[in-house]
Design a protein around this ligand. Structure first.
Ligand code: ATP
Ligand code: MG
Length: 692
């Protein structure tokens, strides 16, 4: 039984939802009468044509009955950009929408709602002048700068579909997204400083356009933001400038490329919005690629808008005086929903951060929180784990007393990291919201609410309004009470994806074919006796423990002296990872299942030790004892490999599928296009020989 953390008293008193009974009542309403529940919420938005109750939701979730289809508020007409900006102007025109904090300490600026509105209108006119029309798809490849948000909203304003490509992706990844999206128009930047590293995006974009052109997809227009301020202000070194000029000269094409500032000079500040049908496409975004080739997830206008706004409001208990900061890059869904749309739809003031947690020093996050008096902070377990290793002193130096809600997303958070976040960042006074969701779900589907939910470290707790989770067994049977299995959803909520772009069959096959009647997430979960849900990781990262149990002769039952049998019991490797990182000399761990000649499957663990520490036989022994004590003897790792670096997606998630292939000595690693640093692969392969 794990400890329970009650919501902080201060929050509880004033929260939108401050009692579990209130949550339960509203949740019951949301699933009992979705049209009524979301219809009430929809009243808070601007509609050109209000959706009618009888067309509020039509759907088919059962592949056996016909194609999968989901439609919310079908006859409603609205515009998401209008709701993010124009709607707020009378009251909030001079309010700050974003505090932009650049890579360097001296790079900062603010942008108000009316300034943002003006820039968006101008850029929308630029797009129109360049031939972009409603329904066209525009790709944006940029660092975390205001122009990225301006581009997104300009697309939304004129009904163009944006496809944001994370600014750290390679030319191949960008080209693949240009081709898949049928893109003719690009918005990019000339480059960016990440910490001390200068990245010449001009070169990457030029290469991507060459690849796309060869494949029959030429880019007609590429608008480039001049962002390398330090170079332009004369601060770069002579060799950096020379390299820049060279790249500019060789890649620039006057027919195709133009500078943002030149385009904007002439643009009018007036731009009418394009009124959109609720189910018109809004954007495409590719998943992170943790489990395979990324999927082009398509979201539509009105359902996504409602869900982004509502989850933001309740999960972070949004207040008008908040300063909110989500550290995710806009290239991921977290950035779409919780940097851009959710906060703007609520009229919030946010921090937009271009830098990294480690530059110029490892306390940058805490510095920024203190500087802007951030009250709601949202980041990922990978960042928390990375920062934990610098010790509490790095946090203690700063005044973080403004913090009220701390969010986490992206991977299961191990209790050790949760507790550190709670104690040292939140000073035991802030609520932690462990939000579980996916690119596909559009917004939070499982999350505590900060003013009412008693939390358990490592659990995403309960469903958000309108979401009906179930835990299924191998046969697709719903499991009641405490159980472990596959997490799926029974009915659509407004923010669920509508299709895989250009491939509806793939959409049906990935999400709806294995368990007809349900949306399958691809994740495993368990429900405890109190009804709390714990995400245990990817289905691919679960292993069938029966093999492990059967042949673990060390664990004999007292009566029969026979090995324990637990046929068909699914175990997630995340539990083992959690136990391993409790060791004081371990920074991070990734555990995968590996084929075993006798057991069928066994546990193969990659462990990153603290700097200066090596995993020798005695540390391996300590680790095995730790796992035996924390979980059970059958979970004791078969192999432990020291790994200085783990393979991660560019969004910071561990790519266990790569580790599985390496453990199995399979040279085919599959799609590595979304991997942050593939140069670490040889050392991981090499390390196989030194397992302990
Ligand atoms: P791909 O689908 O291409 O393999 P991905 O699943 O990593 O990539 P995302 O949509 O960015 O792409 O991530 C969603 C996944 O992240 C979830 O399915 C889940 O595995 C994990 N996840 C997100 N938030 C949490 C959380 N709070 N707890 C546990 N897991 C989480
Ligand atoms: Mg996924």
């Amino acid at each position: 039984m794990s400890d329970i953390y009650e919501p902080p008293e201060g929050l509880k008193a004033s929260a939108h939802i401050h009692a579990m009974q209130d949550y339960r009542n509203r949740y019951a309403e949301s699933i009992g009468d979705p049209a009524k529940f979301w219809g009430e919420i929809a009243k808070g938005f601007h509609w050109q044509t209000t959706p009618t109750a009888d067309k509020f939701l039509t759907y088919n979730f059962d592949i056996r009955k016909g194609p999968i289809a989901i439609k919310w508020m079908e006859d409603g007409v609205t515009n998401i950009c209008y709701n993010c900006l124009d709607r707020h102007l009378p009251q909030k025109g001079s309010q700050i929408a974003f505090y932009w904090e650049g890579n360097d300490l001296e790079d900062e600026k603010t942008i108000t709602y009316s300034e943002l509105h003006r820039e968006v209108c101008k850029f929308a006119n630029v797009l129109k002048r360049n031939g972009v029309k409603k329904g066209d798809c525009v790709a944006v490849y940029m660092p975390m700068i205001p122009e990225l948000i301006i581009s997104m909203l300009a697309c939304s304003r004129i009904g163009a579909v944006h496809s944001i490509v994370f600014g750290g992706y390679s030319a191949e990844s960008l080209a693949a997204r240009i081709i898949d999206g049928g893109i003719r128009t690009l918005v990019t930047a000339d480059g960016v400083w990440r910490g001390n590293k200068l990245i010449h995006s001009l070169e990457v974009v030029d290469q991507a356009m060459a690849i796309a052109k060869k494949a029959g997809h030429p880019i007609e227009k590429n608008v480039v933001v001049r962002h390398l301020i330090r170079l332009h202000h004369g601060n770069g070194s002579a060799s950096e400038k020379e390299a820049y000029e060279k790249i500019l000269a060789s890649s620039w094409n006057n027919e195709r490329d133009s500078w943002w500032e030149d385009e904007m000079k002439e643009a009018s500040e007036q731009c009418d919005v394009e009124w959109m049908q609720a189910e018109d496409p809004s954007f495409i975004l590719y998943t992170s690629g943790s489990t395979g080739k990324p999927k082009g997830v398509l979201h539509t206008v009105a359902g996504y808008m409602l869900f982004a706004a509502t989850t933001f409001k309740f999960t972070f208990d949004f207040r008008p005086d908040d300063v909110y900061w989500c550290t995710a890059d806009i290239g991921w869904i977290t950035g779409h929903t919780y940097v851009t749309y959710g906060p703007l739809l609520n009229g919030a003031t946010s921090v937009l951060f271009e830098g990294t947690p480690f530059y110029p020093s490892n306390d940058r996050f805490w510095q920024v929180i203190q500087k802007y008096k951030v009250s709601k902070f949202y980041t990922a377990p990978t960042a928390i784990r990375a920062l934990m290793k610098f010790g509490e002193d790095f946090v203690d130096k700063y005044d973080l007393s403004s913090l009220k809600v701390l969010g986490t997303v992206g991977e299961p958070i191990n209790p050790e990291a949760w507790l550190w976040y709670h104690k040292y960042v939140g000073n035991s006074k802030a609520a932690i919201v462990d939000t579980y969701w996916q690119t596909e779900t559009g917004g939070h589907v499982l999350t505590p609410l900060p003013g009412c939910t008693p939390t358990k470290p490592g659990s995403a707790c309960f469903p958000f309004f309108g979401v009906i989770p179930v835990i299924l067994d191998e046969e697709g049977k719903e499991l009641e009470g405490p159980a472990e299995g596959y997490i799926a959803f029974k009915k659509p909520w407004p923010g669920i994806m509508r299709t895989v772009f250009g491939d509806h069959k793939r959409f049906e096959q990935i999400y709806f074919s294995r368990f007809p009647g349900y949306y399958m997430t691809g994740d495993g979960a368990k429900r405890d006796a109190d009804g709390y849900i714990w995400i245990t990781g990817r289905i691919d990262d679960m292993l069938n423990c029966s093999g492990t149990y059967c042949f673990d002769f060390l664990q004999l039952t007292p009566q029969t002296k026979m090995p324990l049998m637990h046929p068909g019991h699914l175990m997630s490797t995340a539990q083992v990872e959690s136990a391993l990182v409790e060791h004081s000399n371990v920074v991070e761990a990734a555990v995968v299942s590996c084929p075993h000649p006798v057991k069928g499957e066994c546990l193969y663990c990659y462990v990153t030790p603290m700097e200066g520490v090596h995993i020798d036989a005695s540390m391996a022994k300590e680790l095995r004892i730790l796992v035996r004590e924390k979980i059970a003897p059958f979970a004791s790792p078969d192999y432990i490999q020291e790994a200085i670096h783990l393979p991660k997606t560019r969004s910071g998630k561990i790519m266990r599928r790569i580790l599985r292939q390496i453990a199995a000595n399979d040279p085919d690693l599959g799609d590595t296009s979304t991997m942050a640093d593939s140069t670490i692969i040889p050392s991981l392969q090499e390390g196989r020989r030194k397992v302990v």
